[in-house]
Design a binder for this molecule. Structure first.
Ligand SMILES: *Cc1c(COP(=O)(O)O)cnc(C)c1O
Length: 416
């Protein structure tokens, strides 16, 4: 303590640090807003101001805030058992894995705490697959521009975005990137060292950009032809977000490996890597592990999320609500073309392609007490809870219209 004080006296803290007044890393440009509690689609500040939450913790709060089934599942498990490690059987884990397998292409599941870890597992699993099949030279993964796969050293290399790679030393070896949706370029990028092709069926951070169904089918064919594994990153677009349990179902194309996270935990940190039996062939005892992944608390919540998402009619209703929302957004874009160029997305993974800077549009919507998330390509993402009501969608549309109007040129304002 004395040494720290002495250091402080000798090296005064720069004024900017005193002004930020925070003991946190400065890695996030946070809005000047803190929330005290949540109710369904709403976030509420300590002084009672209510915000319509169409950011959803970046597609994480899939069932909104304080969903009674999730609260019950978590509190019941919290009273019984929190953590045992993967040295023992975890019944909730077995059950969630069996349910994910029953509802997907997969045969096997590995649970993680985050999306990036689920991707790490997928990338490692692909490399091990070739290793145990006598092709250890196959370790490279082809990815697409605009991708986001997480912030670990391997996943920033996979994502290939310079702004996330800069200053972190040599990029992790083994990732080759081609232009978005350039399937010919992906084919040309295949070498004797290629292990896998990795992509988000719908790029989230990249600006709500989806790969056409035909591209996904061609990638599947390429992988089959060359003996590569196809990896889908559904961390953002999975678990009902697009109106199917997994976004790739729209194209009828199954991967060999898939990462999920965000929505499956409904706000509890968790992720998973799903694999076919064949793809998981190299993942034998001891080759991979995790302390926290698949912990009983996370599994209780994950199972409760699936209970709701798999209810009869739930996914179809997401599609219906998405359409309702998208039609309303298109009308707003028509009315304020100098602010909003158009709409993107499927289900409740929606984007406004902005003409005004997206951060400015986000701030204008925040002034209307509606939360959204900026993305690449000057897109603003709208990610309401999958449980959002029609009335809340109409309320959101009214607020988005008011926000757009507040940014519209004075002449347009005078005319309306
Ligand atoms: C958020 C996200 C990740 C990373 O997930 P973390 O939990 O932040 O590690 C990876 N891929 C996609 C598509 C994402 O949206």
């Amino acid at each position: 303590m004395a040494a720290a004080l002495a250091a402080f006296l000798i090296f005064p803290v720069p004024e900017t640090h005193i002004m930020s007044g925070s003991a946190l890393f400065e890695t996030f440009a946070r809005a000047p807003l803190a929330f005290d509690r949540g109710e369904g689609s709403w976030l509420i500040t300590e002084d009672g101001q209510r915000y319509l939450d169409f950011a959803g913790g970046i597609a994480v709060n899939s069932l909104g805030h304080g969903h009674p089934k999730l609260v019950a599942a978590l509190t019941e498990q919290a009273g019984k058992l929190w953590h045992t490690s993967n040295l023992y059987q975890i019944p909730g884990q077995t059950r969630l894995a069996e349910r994910l397998v029953a509802n997907s292409f997969a045969d096997k599941v590995f649970f993680t705490n985050s999306g990036a870890e689920a991707l790490e597992c997928a990338i490692k699993t692909a490399r091990r697959y070739h290793y145990v099949n006598g092709r250890p030279e196959r370790f490279r993964t082809i990815t697409f521009e605009g991708a986001f796969h997480g912030r670990t050293l391997a996943t920033i290399a996979a994502g290939g975005q310079q702004k996330y790679l800069e200053g972190y030393g040599p990029k992790v070896e083994g990732f080759d990137q081609v232009a978005f949706d350039d399937i010919d370029a992906a084919e040309r990028a295949i070498t004797h060292e290629t292990a896998a092709i990795l992509l988000e069926p719908v790029q989230g951070e990249g600006g709500v950009r989806d790969f056409p169904a035909q591209s996904l089918r061609r990638l599947r064919e390429l992988c089959d032809e060359h003996g590569l594994l196809l990896i889908f990153d559904e961390v953002q677009c999975g678990v009902g977000r697009t109106g199917k349990l997994f976004a790739h179902e729209w194209a009828g194309v199954a991967p060999d490996l898939m990462a999920i996270a965000k929505g499956i935990g409904g706000g509890f940190p968790m992720g998973a890597c799903l694999a076919t039996d064949e793809a998981a062939a190299g993942m034998t005892p001891g080759v991979h592990g995790t302390t926290f992944g698949g912990n009983p608390l996370a599994m209780a919540v994950g199972n409760a999320v699936l209970d709701v998402v798999l209810e009869e009619g739930f996914l179809d209703d997401i599609s219906r609500k998405g359409l309702l929302m998208k039609q309303g957004l298109a009308a707003i874009a028509d009315e304020f073309p100098e602010i909003i160029e158009g709409t993107r997305g499927t289900g409740l993974l929606l984007g406004l392609k902005c003409k005004a800077p997206n951060a400015k549009v986000a701030a204008a919507l925040r002034d209307q007490k509606l939360l959204s998330v900026p993305a690449g390509e000057n897109v603003l993402r709208l990610l309401p809870p999958l449980t959002v009501t029609d009335a809340e969608i109409r309320e959101a549309l009214a607020r988005i219209r008011a926000g757009a109007k507040s940014l519209a040129p004075a002449a347009a304002n005078a005319a309306t």
